[in-house]
Design a protein around this ligand. Structure first.
Ligand code: 9MR
Length: 584
């Protein structure tokens, strides 16, 4: 439902006439229909956004059985930064599954313009895309041959059995140049390095969703080598990365190396062609705490599956406690890449000079695992003052999720819920006057590096959590609107997940997708999305089509600031889409 009519611009009959404002700020030559290209569930709103209307436009909607139907509401929306005029059209309650045909025809003098597309209504429209988003993690496993990837099969690369201790990480027992083995784990993103902060965050976010939708995830299979065991595939996939993470802890003092990396990013070559040495670098307080948190969570969730993973829970519990103690003893050990020498390192930093949120998440997770009053005290000392959506740099939300799932510590449950609900209320307040009928995408600060994950998916996930905690369904509508945005109802018209929709990224900044012999990129990858800062423009000699916040996106391989993929982003996609698919 659209509640606000800015002008009485709709007619009662079909085909009806859309009147475009005579004072259009921009001449818009072609009609564009923006809609969710993946599909909608029967109960979901069916809203499309139309761009580029000329004074008379005829919109026709034909149901799967050939009937013509009328939209129920139309409003005008003007982009706050480009001034573009759009129409937000509610097609009404199209609940019968099938393909609805939408056609728009305008004529202006001798110029005719027609645009058509289908909107699919299906019982579980997000089943395939949700599964693909999780299966992506299998495809980006390092240190093993990929044999269940069909066209994407590849031989083993980056065995990481010969990793050097960098001078920044040297100790008496592990001097610089010591060789350690640190195999497996997922590649972080478009690059081939493995970063503890981002790995732990990604697992933590997916485990938080797992905890809220346990039945769904227990039944979900993703055709991975472990699918035949008794452990849910989601946990098996997490274990592939957790096994690597365990090797990132210095066994002598419990501190955790910030990352495993080459000195510089590799070229766009396959893993087997990579020749640069790989190092573990400085231990950091943020990596140690994120590690502690995720090991604690994993120890708790894997407890019923020790048959498949003997010893893991015990090992993870001890590792988590040691990492936490190391962080307590080294609270200022922030990662400072600029200090690294012999060799200098220029790869991703995941730099963060505030560990309060990491302390909160780790203490919360450790309390849930061990029930030691010490960790409860620690969590109380690092409580966040307000809720913010989870991101690698601010993991406080993952701490809040712990208390909201635990439920027994009444005061913490209450404060975290109050903060979360305040966030949700403010997130949805302007939707009915928004550009694309969605909570995401209305402010310049919604856009930036990784925004589709950190701001769009995570916002939707939080809205779904608010509903679940309160036993309501009111926020679902808004979460689904963010799905609509992500899947095509947006300013660029992209469905931002590879392999889905009729216009999706073909050239993500992803080394394997670019270097392998397969034309299509790996399916199920969420790209970072529109990023007006365009940090890659000079280095890549890139010409973005626009610098406006929601149009600053470029589907070329060189665009790491708008078109890269990353595990933390896909983790938010998994959490969001699997949750949607789980809803009854
Ligand atoms: O996701 C990260 C983003 O928040 C930062 O602004 C950006 C620049 O520091 O780095 C992003 O993370 C990248 C990481 O450092 C290296 N692998 C690729 C990641 C995604 O671009």
């Amino acid at each position: 439902m659209l509640y606000r009519f800015q002008k009485p611009i709709w007619s009662a009959i079909l085909p009806f006439v859309l009147l475009a404002s005579a004072c259009a700020a921009h001449a818009q030559s072609s009609i564009e229909i923006r809609r969710n290209q993946v599909g909608c569930s029967p109960a979901q709103e069916k809203v499309i956004v139309v761009e580029g209307m000329t004074p008379q436009g005829k919109l026709q909607v034909t149901t799967p059985s050939g009937k013509k139907v009328k939209p129920t509401a139309i409003r005008q929306a003007v982009s706050p930064w480009t001034g573009k005029q759009r129409y937000v059209v509610d097609l009404g309650q199209l609940t019968a599954p099938g393909r609805y045909h939408i056609s728009i025809h305008t004529s202006s003098g001798s110029r005719q313009n027609r645009q058509q597309c289908d909107l699919v209504v299906a019982e579980r429209p997000y089943q395939a895309i949700a599964k693909a988003s999780l299966r992506l993690f299998y495809l980006i496993r390092s240190g093993v041959a990929i044999e269940l990837g069909g066209d994407y099969n590849r031989p083993v690369g980056h065995p990481d059995t010969h990793v050097l201790v960098h001078p920044s990480a040297a100790t008496e027992r592990r001097p610089a140049g010591t060789v350690i083995s640190s195999p497996y784990g997922w590649y972080d993103a478009g690059d081939y390095n493995k970063y503890v902060v981002n790995s732990a965050f990604s697992i933590g976010l997916m485990l938080a969703a797992y905890e809220q939708q346990r039945d769904y995830f227990t039944a979900l299979t993703t055709d991975i080598p472990e699918s035949g065991n008794q452990t849910p595939d989601l946990l098996d996939e997490m274990m592939f990365n957790l096994r690597w993470l365990l090797t990132m802890q210095d066994p002598d003092d419990g501190g955790v190396y910030h990352k495993l990396t080459t000195p510089n990013f590799e070229g766009f070559i396959m893993p087997t062609a990579c020749r640069q040495p790989r190092y573990v670098v400085a231990k950091s307080v943020t990596a140690s705490l994120d590690f502690a948190a995720v090991m604690a969570d994993a120890a708790r969730h894997l407890a019923p599956y020790q048959h498949d993973y003997p010893d893991f829970c015990q090992q993870a519990t001890a590792a988590a406690e040691r990492a936490y103690q190391w962080a307590k003893a080294n609270p200022d050990a922030f990662y400072r890449q600029e200090l690294l020498r012999d060799p200098a390192v220029s790869t991703g930093t995941y730099g963060d000079r505030n560990a309060r949120d990491e302390f909160f998440w780790a203490a919360s997770a450790l309390y849930r695992l061990t029930r030691k009053p010490y960790y409860l005290d620690e969590a109380r000392q690092t409580l966040p003052s307000r809720f913010s959506t989870p991101s690698w740099g601010n993991v406080a939300a993952l701490g809040s999720f712990e208390w909201l799932a635990e439920g027994e510590t009444a005061d913490l449950y209450a404060t975290q819920l109050t903060q979360l609900l305040a966030y949700c209320q403010s997130a949805v307040q302007d939707v009915d006057a928004s550009c694309f009928q969605s909570p995401f995408g209305n402010k310049p600060r919604d856009f930036g590096w990784g925004c589709l994950a950190e701001n769009c998916c995570c916002q939707a996930l939080v809205l779904l959590l608010a509903d679940k905690l309160q036993g309501t369904t009111a926020y679902r509508r808004y979460a689904l609107q963010n799905a609509d945005y992500l899947m095509g109802r947006n300013a660029t018209g992209y469905c931002y997940v590879t392999g889905f929709g009729d216009k999706s990224p073909l050239h993500p900044h992803h080394r394997i997708s670019a270097a392998d012999a397969v034309e299509q990129p790996f399916p199920g990858m969420l790209v970072g999305g529109p990023n007006p800062a365009q940090q890659d423009r000079a280095a890549g000699n890139l010409t973005y089509p626009s610098s406006y916040p929601d149009e600053s996106y470029l589907d070329v391989t060189e665009s790491y600031a708008s078109n890269e993929i990353a595990i933390n982003w896909n983790a938010s996609l998994v959490a969001f889409l699997c949750w949607l698919d789980a809803l009854k």
